[in-house]
Design a binder for this molecule. Structure first.
Ligand SMILES: [Zn+2]
Length: 245
């Protein structure tokens, strides 16, 4: 048995046998792991309020030989999403980050850059301020996974699209100029492409100082979410919930 202790983010929790819970955890050291929290429904001492999705914890757990699920022993809360006000949009945004990480990362593969991204956006997803961190996370997650197309040139004719509108389709790679757009293509405005450039250059903390209502760069956010969905080969339930916010 190997005992481990390290930083982790709680992604999802399911009821398991009796009073046990099955927990999907994104650990800094080992990437995504799944474990059983024995008697977690009863043992408030070991897990307390730490099983809320997107809680940042120091997790103590044990890997058992020939067992796929680790044994979760205790969580110490480093930062809880419940320590600040919560509403529908913030809940949906937190669920969105959890769902994307859960779906995008394989188990047992460390992803330190993704871990740092998640921590940074978590801190900025606050009541009345969810749209920028969600857009930032979606674009950066695509980039870190290697799914982000180059936005500067038409993938068909090579035309320089910098400073202009780009077109993308839900079924094919890359972005195009208007002439080469595929059936059903959707546009991302020049202004929104400019926001993407700023997002890839700036930190989420700096950008959070700006006013980002839902309508700002909404076409860019849709593009980023659809890029994630295309590579995950599924619709993100939380993205739909977020859209209703
Ligand atoms: Zn073209």
């Amino acid at each position: 048995m190997i005992e481990r202790c390290g930083e982790a983010i709680v992604l999802r929790v399911w009821p398991f046998q009796e009073a046990d819970l099955l927990v999907s955890l994104f650990t800094r050291e080992q990437g995504r792991v799944k474990g059983v929290a024995r008697h977690a429904m009863r043992s408030r001492r070991r897990f307390g309020g730490a099983l809320e999705p997107m809680t940042y914890v120091r997790a103590t757990y044990a890997e058992r030989p020939k067992q796929e699920l680790v044994r979760l022993d205790a969580f110490e809360i480093l930062s809880s999403p419940l320590s600040r006000p919560i509403d529908y949009a913030r809940t949906a945004a937190l669920q969105f980050v959890a769902e994307v990480v859960e779906e995008a990362l394989p188990e047992q593969a460390p992803e330190d850059a993704v871990f740092r991204l998640v921590l940074a956006v978590l801190d900025q997803i606050q009541v009345g301020k969810v749209w920028m961190p969600v857009t930032y996370f979606s674009l950066w997650m695509s980039k870190l996974m290697g799914w982000m197309p180059e936005l500067g040139h038409c993938v068909v004719c090579g035309l320089d699209l910098r400073g202009g509108t780009v077109w993308y389709s839900a079924t094919s790679d890359g972005v195009t100029c208007e002439d080469d757009r595929r059936p059903g293509s959707v546009a991302v405005s020049a202004a929104s492409v400019g926001e993407a450039v700023r997002i890839f250059r700036g930190t989420v903390g700096e950008l959070a100082k700006e006013d980002w209502p839902k309508g700002r760069a909404a076409d860019l956010r849709r593009f980023a979410v659809e890029t994630l969905e295309r590579h995950l080969e599924r619709r993100l339930v939380s993205a739909r919930a977020l859209g209703r916010a």
